[in-house]
Write a protein of this length. Structure first.
Length: 369
């Protein structure tokens, strides 16, 4: 019997990466979970049911709230976890999980949401001027080179036998940063939530965490200028700053239930998606509700949204976004809700699990080296 270890960076909530990890975990119900940090009560019953081992990060001061402050120590913590005796390692990684050590002869397949984004393409988003305090920026600069070197050195075939990227966009970054090839298996949306009939709403919608790279600020400025209604669902590190930017037509709704968000999708004119995401689940959710997407033609959105389900803008600027929104306002764009729903049906949980199992099968079907 194959002994399986599942590895995930940290478990502090059920965001996109954790929902994907849950779907992977369902494929290996007898597996043992390894993670840097586990916060009780923040994850789904399926994940809670797994026997687990946590790293030394769990015992560090204030780790549950300030775990990202321990980023320089995370490579050491993940490498100290003992996976002796496991035949198959399945990691879900956007930070350090893919750097786990394995026994000689063990197989490791890693589902990669991104190379360590904090030290590569998203470095300025997290640590640039105005994004972090001066001491934090200085500390990040001091350890960036070390973390980049570790990220590269632990991405070779001696650590990872097969890499699966969550999008073509991430596959290209893996090739550029790690020098490795990878296959692509897109994540999925919970389509069962989107059963309401589409109604013709006037407002536009944004959904997601207020991380810098989401570019909520760009959308706020655009809708301030157009004086059009924009509803924003979510919370996060930039919330206070963003609320100060918002004019009278921009409304923050806070964090809402999945049911309330599904209802908003169905009643909105379009979803606004101005950031560059590794994949981006909200465009798929919007299409599942029959609602078109206004997206920057970059990142994962360029792979999920089509000309029949949305409108792209080419530059990450206020003016370019305004031009795309005005194409809706002037009636220049006509998108059918059935086309949106049909596109979303290509991103189901079952199709993801079947494709990921096929990747595992290909790995196990190749001779050990």
């Amino acid at each position: 019997m194959t002994k399986v270890a599942l590895v995930h960076d940290w478990l502090t909530g059920m965001r996109g990466g954790e929902i994907v990890f849950e779907a992977i975990a369902e494929l290996f119900p007898e597996a043992h979970l390894f993670t840097l940090l586990y916060v009780p009560g923040t994850v789904s019953p399926a994940i809670r049911a797994l026997p687990r081992t946590v790293s030394r990060l769990q015992s560090m001061p204030a780790a549950e709230k300030r775990y990202r402050h321990y980023l320089p120590l995370m490579p050491h913590f993940i490498e100290q976890m003992d996976l002796s005796g496991y035949d198959l390692i399945v990691s879900s990684s956007h930070c350090v999980a893919k750097g786990i050590r394995k026994d000689q002869g063990a197989r490791h397949i890693s589902y990669v949401h991104s190379p360590m984004r904090y030290v590569w393409d998203r470095y300025e988003d997290y640590f640039g001027p105005g994004r972090a305090s001066v001491p934090t920026r200085l500390a990040a600069k001091a350890v960036r080179g070390y973390l980049q070197n570790w990220d590269r050195s632990t991405s070779g075939p001696d650590r990872i036998d097969r890499i699966v990227a969550n999008s073509g966009f991430v596959r290209d970054r893996i090739r550029e940063v790690w020098g490795r090839e990878s296959s692509v298996v897109h994540p999925f949306a919970d389509l069962s939530r989107f059963f309401r009939p589409k109604s013709s709403g006037r407002n536009y919608l944004m959904v997601g965490a207020f991380a810098p790279y989401k570019r909520v600020d760009l959308a706020i400025e655009a809708f301030n200028r157009m004086k059009l209604p924009l509803l924003i669902v979510g919370s996060g590190q930039d919330e206070e700053r963003l609320k100060k930017l918002a004019g009278p037509t921009v409304e923050f709704l806070g964090s809402l239930s999945n049911e309330a968000i599904a209802d908003l999708y169905s009643k909105s004119k379009a979803l606004v998606f101005p950031g560059i995401e590794d994949f981006g689940i909200t465009p798929v959710e919007s299409m599942a509700a029959g609602t078109p997407v206004i997206a920057l033609r970059a990142g994962g959105a360029a792979e999920t949204v089509t000309e029949k389900t949305g409108v792209f803008f080419e530059e990450q600027t206020v003016g370019s976004l305004i031009d795309a929104v005005m194409s809706f306002e002037k009636g220049e764009v006509s998108i059918q809700d059935q086309d949106c729903r049909a596109r979303a049906q290509e991103f189901t949980r079952v199709s993801f699990q079947n494709r990921f199992l096929a990747e595992v099968g290909q790995l196990l079907g190749t001779p050990r080296t």
